[in-house]
Ligand binder design. Sequence first.
Ligand code: PMP
Length: 419
Amino acid sequence: DPLKFSLADFGWNDNPDVLAPPEDFQEWSHDPAVAMGMSLYEQPLQSSPKPRTRIRNGFDGEERDTINLTSYNYLGLSTHPEVVEAAKQAADEYGLSASGAAMLSGTFDLHEEFAQQLADFKQKDACMLFSSGLGGNMGAMQGLLRKGDVLVIDSKCHRSVVDGGTLSGAKLATFDHNDAEHLDAVLDKYSDKRKLVVVEGVYSMDGDLCDLPAINEVCKAHQTPIYIDEAHSTLMFGENGRGVAEHFGLEDQVGISFGTLSKSFGGVGGFVCANEAIIRYMKYYASPFQFSCALPPPIVAGMMKSLEVATRDSTLRDKMWDNVAYFKENLEALNLDLGETESQIIPIIIGSDGRQLYSMAIQCQQRGLFLQPVDFPAVEAHARRFRISVSSQLTKEDIDEACNIIEDVIAKPLGTVGG
Ligand code: PMP
């Protein structure tokens, strides 16, 4: 039981009230279904995050070769030979660490060059780099918002935006997912306040797109700037891979564009692009930028190569979209609930039964499929699910094999296919 501990673990035996876990936590963490779910978290991968990954199962302790549908390595760039070589060369030249925060000693020529490349790519003047995507969103919210302002977010926005908003001291207001009319009402309510609207290009748990055309109209009418989180859409959507804003032809309407390097780029880190004045201003308030070590130089060099490889032609992206189409076709034949997906993120919505979800995940893995469950509070409790991340590196045979396992372990027990 991974969550069983006593106060002795805190070293304060003689003061039992200090940091004692609340009773509801104790109760919840000892629920056998929760323990089964917990066994699936932090399972160590024994090889790179490729479509074939060796993994140690947390439930039975066995190591198995699996088809990996869980990693974010959408374009396979994490293991791309040119990317890895660029990182190796930078490690030789610069060492492993930036050894300082960006403002002090952590900005290298590589950081400066890469930030400008990203700004040019996103067609903005300037860009700031963060050592994580989460830190990037949090830092941007702190950077832009003050007490008295209102942060207006889509109800499905990522936790990093919520946490950053809270730290900024701004009031947090949500509008119903992709509902431009509701957004209009929320903006009306705060008409006398400074506001920022935050949306995602591709929503991370459902794989649907932001209704940017409708949202943009409302924001324009209220003269409220838009911040778009393109974590899952950069290098994937738009003719040049610049994201969902490009896909809709609305890049010039979106003042601030966020991206992460941990997904299609195959690395780690976050970036925010905007005009020069906004970026300069944000830097003075964004604590994940000011008070944290800058990105490691080998990662920056690798990510420069990722950008080059992914944008010099559309081979990887085309392969990925081919795989998405093939995967969806096969899953649709199983009559599964795939929600409203329009992207490389494909949910399989199971419902409210967490125990069934975990049990299916364990069986999938025992059959050779690494497919992680997503539970409340990451998604609503009635819509627990699996979430497939399609990679360009999957072969049709991988997808066929995965769908056979999904049919046996998920579709048949749910009664969506016969037999
Ligand atoms: N925004 C969105 C929409 C995300 O899905 C994530 C990560 N899942 C992040 C931001 C944070 O990015 P990172 O994992 O690179 O810190």
